[in-house]
Design a binder for this molecule. Sequence first.
Ligand code: NAD
Length: 501
Amino acid sequence: MNDRGIVAVVGAGTMGRGIAQVAATAGFTVLLYDARPEAVTAALERIEASLQRARERGRLAQAPEEVLGRIRPVADLAGLASAGWVIEAVPEELELKRRLLAELGAENPRAVLASNTSTLSITALARGVPGPERVLGLHFFNPAPRMPLVEVIPGVETHPEVLGRAVAFVRELGKEPVVAKDRPGFIVNRIARPYYGEALVLAGDGVPFATIDRILRGLGFPMGPFELMDLIGLDVNFAATKSVWEQSFYLSRYRPHPLQAERVAAGWLGQKTGRGFYAYPREPEPEPELPEPHPLAVHLVGGGPLAGILASRLAPTAPEEADLIVDLRVSLGEKAYPEGVPPGRPVLTLAWAHSASLARPRYPEARGVYGFSLVPPYAAGQPMELLAPEGEEVPPWLAGFARALGFTPVVLPDQPGGVAFRILAMLANEAFSALREGLAEAETLDRAMELGTRYPRGPLAWAELFGLPALVAGLRGLKDELGEERYRPDPLLVRRAAVGE
Ligand code: NAD
């Protein structure tokens, strides 16, 4: 492979060594600098091991030594003057990065200066750099050699020609560029906030970490939020959360949670310290015991895609013969015991917009009112969350009924929405707010989320599966019952739902 040019990487930690490996693999000469020379030595060892692994697994066409031979340790910033591209990956501190970029700009008057920042403002970082028009964000994901996405972020002064060259450069690195606006967290780290934040709120309200993780994994997420935070590092995740929150002038939906702060204070930073939300090595979880399937004659109330799915798995029953009423209407105000069903039947009501406790008084004729939450795509085996009003318990026959429908019952403490609905609705809502603010086009936002996070589908595509009006009704109910501004449905989501898009 021909030499394609010179890339300087500053900071040889987790991200810097990954970026160096990516650039050298793509044929660039790489100058690697770190304030601690031993970090460069350690990085070269880890890159070598990583290249060897890639080679063994058939992911690397070149000899590892050939790639490694393109990486040159450099002892000071002056040694980077020949580079056409400089990428900094030093710790996520505004002043540190700003000072470093200014120094790099002075040493090298020509190079494009890129920051791998996860959340900091590119415009703020460019301030004081000689030639701020050549500063931009190139946000790689961890592990850089494996993750296909790079967010490319222009600041207000970035020259359009520099942006265009950067997009082409990312493609030369073998990555997929997505141009994002310079807003806190850009696309991926912003839209992903609720995956952690809402999970933390649920955990703070008494839902066990392992239950939340199991539900999200049951939907096809590669990792649940707590095991993922343990992998990322609680300190790193907490810093990203705080940074987005502070830069958005303390919007409540980005607020960090005491459960994070407490662990960070204790030094429980996740896998790397042997303890985070879980202790490591992690004990294998006992598989929850599942009850026998318990089919029931059901009278379904309400429509939507879920009605079709449930009807296909149930023998439809005349109202007077029903053992159970299943109410699929979303808003609390619409809920009522259906006409034609004799009084005294139990009710299982969709709880996206409220808890089981709030639903209870809507059905005075019922003998027992329970809540359930299921989310699209409603695939067989997915978790079906079950709730009972305060002071009551979910009866075993109800868990058996969930199994008869082909779902996996999970009993939760009573709260509105359930785990999956709350997290997915908040991800979708955040994606609509990013869309409204013009961070990128809809397809780009979803693509960035799939590539940058490995979510099973993009949040906007997921919103369509819910149906936008149902999502709005659910979020409004959460806002009413929980009394928190964070659940306000985004105005763009509300408008699109109103016009039936
Ligand atoms: P890290 O702590 O692993 O590495 C940082 C390196 O920078 C260290 O080796 C340190 O010695 C070096 N350093 C510190 N000050 C320096 C200076 N003045 N000059 C040169 N080197 C210096 O950090 P990381 O996880 O690689 O993160 C680096 C950047 O990448 C941060 O901005 C972070 O937000 C971002 N990022 C991290 C991830 C991730 O998952 N770790 C993902 C995407 C982006």
